[in-house]
Design a protein. Structure first.
Length: 100
């Protein structure tokens, strides 16, 4: 993964966004079962920022690489499914980066 390319940045942000989404699996039980909401605030803020960056980078790459509507839709849908960004990286982003 390369930060110098738009696709490389998307892959990195996608990985981080996926990790932050999965971190809710840890912070939500802490919030509701132990009544400690603070970790959820931190993870929520990080996830929100990474989510917005991910969406922006998907749209940027769709424009730059002339992705089809279907490919763009799958990449966007991946952001709201657990493990979705990891699958999108393997099935969409990595092959696109290797082809470029």
């Amino acid at each position: 993964m390369n930060l110098k390319t738009a696709l490389g940045r998307l892959r990195i942000i996608g990985f981080l966004e996926g990790c932050s989404y999965l971190a809710f699996g840890i912070t939500m039980p802490i919030k509701y079962m132990m009544e400690i909401p603070e970790p959820n605030y931190v993870v929520g803020m990080a996830h929100g920022l990474l989510f917005v960056l991910y969406i922006g980078l998907v749209l940027q790459n769709a424009y730059l690489h002339k992705w089809s509507f279907m490919r763009t839709g799958w990449a966007l849908l991946a952001s709201i499914i657990p493990f979705g960004t990891f699958i999108a990286d393997a099935k969409i982003f990595k092959p696109a980066q290797e082809a470029a």
